[in-house]
Design a protein around this ligand. Structure first.
Ligand code: BG6
Length: 490
């Protein structure tokens, strides 16, 4: 028993959180480039100038004032502009991944590095060559690339001029981009993911108190998702046609939901939360059609989608080869009024008295990973990959430069243990890529000090630091786990 011999071990990153070089070699901006840094308790802002040239800022999900344009403001700090400068450090970073024993590295391609506005007819050559060099470097070290085509970074031009994914014209523009990457990297990349955490468009709704939602917001969100489903299905079909060896997956933000009480109303609400937050996207992408409960979800908010016959055909023809997901935490669901709520990642729920929480309110629940793996495998019977799992924590650098991150090692081992338990119970799990094997900019807060890495990066929230890399204690712990294929967990 235990993990299969060819199990993939590695780490996962996203272009906008690590590359930096935001305006280098012809790259166009994405929304993250007009998004400031925040903290655990203060939000990130998206900046703009209004029609009179006055600067302003909104929070994620809020609408720009009429006539305003997204803008980089002089007195703001934009952590994604520099990231950890993976753009210039990738050889050194890949060598460190190889030293840990990685056999897989998940990364994303920045759409606007290839198509600066998203509308060009031909890709930006410098962008295409950058990723080719990264993939070649990985291959040199026998590390299999796992590539996310879209990781939260639609070109800003498309957000501003097309209204983002609620506009179905993005399907064709995405097709051009996807065709380019499948063609250019044929033979170099075999494992692909279409949209990162595609379900978060829905999970975001209702999570934040500062937004008052209307039916139109739901309409836009479900249409946005529908357009991404079609774009994903089309990409799967094209990817298979270009190289039948390609394995192409969906990527779902995996949160394990538990009912807070045995009240039957909570049990039903919990089931409905799974449907809305997790199954809705997985069902469409794995089964190629909308589930029966979709009608109920749409009716709740008077949603009427623009779905064509051709769309339905494409969804049916473009089902994914594998189901991949992130897992950080579980959360609770209840119909009762509760005061003690916790908000972490794309979830909010009552505090679970059986669990501990990170400094950012993320529940620490390895058991939830096993629950999720077993539940999802049973539902789809497709190969699974855990493509994100990790602990964001404050690290202390000792005088001699060492970093003793036992908390991260404990988190890692406990999740690897439950993952193996799920495999022993019959789950076909093919790989595990830890989120942020090297410190990078947090997506949620824009912080550097929310660190996930086994590799420390000397870069700080105020933009200072020389980007030097160093090994934490967890670097050696993961190296041992990989070398023993998950057997050495003591
Ligand atoms: C996932 C995203 O939601 O969680 C990543 O796919 C993100 O992009 C990760 O970085 C961890 O979240 P955060 O907010 O701690 O960076």
């Amino acid at each position: 028993m235990g993990l299969p011999k060819n199990f993939f071990w590695g780490g996962a990153t996203a272009a906008n959180q690590c590359e930096g070089a935001w305006n280098v070699d012809g790259r166009g901006p994405a929304l993250t480039d007009v998004t400031t840094g925040g903290t655990a308790t203060s939000p990130r802002y998206i900046t703009y100038v209004d029609e009179n040239g006055n600067p302003g800022k909104i929070r994620s999900g809020e609408k720009l004032p009429k006539g305003a344009r997204y803008a980089v403001l002089e007195d703001c700090l934009y952590p994604n502009h520099d990231g950890i400068d993976f753009y210039h450090h990738y050889k050194e970073d890949i060598a460190l991944f190889a030293e840990m024993g990685f056999t897989m590295f998940r990364m994303s391609i920045s759409w606007s590095r290839l198509y600066p506005t998203g509308t060009e007819l031909e890709p930006n050559k410098a962008g295409v060559e950058f990723y080719r060099s990264v993939f070649e470097e990985l291959r040199k070290h026998n590390i299999e690339p796992l590539v996310t085509i879209w990781h939260f970074d639609t070109p800003l031009y498309l957000v501003e001029h097309y209204g983002d994914w609620k506009n179905r014209e993005l399907i064709d523009l995405f097709e051009r981009y996807a065709r380019t990457v499948f063609t250019e990297y044929k033979g170099l990349v075999k494992y692909w993911l279409t949209f990162n955490e595609i379900n978060n468009t829905i999970n975001f709704l209702g999570k934040e108190d500062y937004i008052t939602l209307t039916d139109q917001d739901y309409q836009d969100a479900y249409q946005h998702l529908h357009n991404q489903f079609v774009a994903s299905a089309r990409a799967v079909k094209i990817g298979h046609a270009i190289d039948p060896e390609n394995m192409i997956g969906c990527m779902i933000c995996g949160i394990t939901y538990y009912p807070l009480t045995p009240d039957p109303a909570d049990i039903l609400e919990n089931r409905h939360t799974w449907e809305k937050g997790i199954f809705y996207c997985g069902d469409v992408q794995c089964k190629g059609k909308y589930p029966t409960y979709a009608k109920r979800l749409w009716a709740e908010h008077n949603v009427h989608l623009d779905i064509t016959e051709q769309d339905l055909k494409e969804l049916a023809e473009g089902t994914v080869d594998m189901y991949t997901f992130s897992y950080y935490m579980s959360t609770t669901v209840t119909t009762h009024q509760v005061k003690d709520t916790v908000s972490g990642n794309f979830s909010r729920g009552a505090r679970n008295p059986y669990l501990q929480y990170s400094d950012w309110g993320w529940a620490y629940d390895p058991c939830g990973l096993q629950y999720y793996l077993e539940m999802i495998y049973d539902r789809y019977e497709k190969p699974l990959f855990v493509v994100e799992n990790g602990l964001g924590a404050y690290d202390t650098v000792e005088d001699d430069g060492s970093i003793h991150d036992q908390y991260r090692i404990d988190y890692l081992k406990s999740h690897v243990k439950t993952m193996i338990q799920a495999v022993d119970n019959g789950v076909d799990l093919r790989g595990y890529t830890w989120w942020g094997p090297i410190d990078l900019v947090s997506a949620g807060t824009g912080e550097m000090r929310k660190r996930y890495g086994f590799i420390y990066v000397n870069k700080h929230d105020d933009g200072t630091g020389d980007n030097a890399r160093s090994r934490k204690d967890s670097f050696y712990a993961y190296q041992k786990i990989i070398a023993s294929n998950g057997e050495d967990l003591d």
